[in-house]
Design a protein around this ligand. Sequence first.
Ligand code: ATP
Ligand code: MG
Length: 606
Amino acid sequence: MSKPPKNAPAADAAPVANFIRHIIDEDLAKGTYAARTWGGQPGPARTHAGSPADPARIRTRFPPEPNGYLHFGHAKSICLNFGLARDYGGVCHMRFDDTNPEKEEQEYVDSIIDAVKWLGWSWNANNKDHLYFASDYFDVMYEAAEYLITSANAYVDSLTAEQMRTLRGTLTEAGKNSPYRERSVEENLALFRGMRDGKYAEGEHILRAKIDMASPNINLRDPAIYRIRRATHHRTGDKWCIYPMYTFAHPIEDALENITHSICTLEFEDQRPFYDWLMARLMEGQLIQHPAPHQYEFARLNLTYLVLSKRKLIELVEDKHVDGWDDPRMPTLVGARRRGYTAEGFRLFAERIGVTKSDSWIDYSTLEECMRDDLNERAPRRVAVLDPLKLIIDNYPEGTEEECHAPNHPQKPDWGKRNVPFSKELWIEREDYMEVPSKGYFRLYPPGVNSAGEATAGNKVRLRYGFVIECTGADKDADGHLTAVHCHYFEDSKSGTPGADTYKVKGNIHWVSAKHAYAAEVRLYDRLFKAPHPGEGRDEGDYILDLNLDSVKSVQAQLEPALREAKLGEHYQFERHGYFVPDRVDPVTGEPGFNRAVTLKDNWQK
Ligand code: ATP
Ligand code: MG
């Protein structure tokens, strides 16, 4: 039994049973895959023949096509596949499914590797990196295609795409055989080799599996398996001008890698019979090891207020609805990281939503709740004033300052306290003062006259970790705009001193010392779409019309001085405001600006 990969994260929670775990439990109990051998690297049966038993009890894989950045849906698949391998003494392969030469690029390969590592997973097991490229298997795939031809299981068709479509039939009507279906093995082989050697134009010939044009499953009506494409591949260059179709390539990739449980999303369910057909043929030809991998389907992730399809994400970037793939509003892992979401939060999310066999929508707040739960544990507390208003303590001595002591985490006393400077002028939140208080308002308001005509005192509040103050009035400019609030402080009310408890006040507000704070840009993010199911009920599903045009707000905040030291990758709770991460550095001052990952409570619940 193999050791778990070195840096695989420990399970974030006890694994929850699901239908895939049941299947694996049964396979392990029956020893379904116990006789497989492993030749140390992927390959056809001859690579593994005579080798020791496979040290991995199961093998799963995460097989992205390197044609875009990973999104939240991929995170579900990653956590599922790598998590199963971790829990069952198996190995999960990181495999680039790069059989389509047209849209694939190294940039995407690099970003996918980064994202999976960032999520905390590793494909290293027993000192070997299980990082594979499907394009490395082109020779074996070609060999498999020739085997299908010689065993009369495939033929070269020369119909046009249009003619082929017509003969395919429909859901209710059987298809018809192509006039080329009965070509001899010799003729098929010669044509296929001619295709490989570049003798024909794109679309002139295509290789098809020979199964059943009358099958009720359209995927079994002689599916195309190899086509001519004169394209340069990001790894194999111009070596090939024919490329395997995905449905042919994928099962072979799984078989060569000794995958046991090949887990994909539900839309591939109708492909499973072809997967099994192909595996059976290749086992007959002794090209691949016995028993073959098996495909299982699970429900893909759909998250409300987001779109999770690569095509739509590409559109958002190319049409500049967002500022690139790593825009913190994007449901990509690079975006989430800048937003301040954590890898642990994603893993928790994957555990909580589980794995099912029917499609549904997960509410976005479920993901946010996972991020809060994780960030609450890891984020030291700090103070920031996002909408600053000056507070002047008239009876505090000019030119004096002192320290207050604020806990770094209220539930973790061992994280200690930090010093926060206090002085005569502070910044407070604009919303913590009201000239005319509304009912139930406990924060600052000035002396006035109540409805009975009696004089009332200004309100008292506690400056968190500091003193109790009483509001005495406010200044306005010529236009009537508030410029500063005035107050008196009670010298013997300082938090942590013996007198503090004798003051009973209902309001408790946060502040930073104006002289010591620093001004920085803070970006507050909201959901990217304002409709829970973007595009639903609109012509052509035009989800762009559902974009939330207010999804980011930039404010000039005043931050406590300790935040100057914040490093990229650290997370903080700004008290009362939520969880934030440093995201960029001011080019002039070198001081960090922040992004809000998530508020402390769900503001969307009505
Ligand atoms: P999209 O449908 O967004 O274009 P994709 O399926 O084309 O994504 P791939 O790179 O082929 O993207 O996917 C890699 C793996 O991630 C596949 O195994 C796929 O099943 C899985 N995956 C993709 N989207 C989701 C999702 N929304 N939920 C769960 N798994 C997903
Ligand atoms: Mg895909």
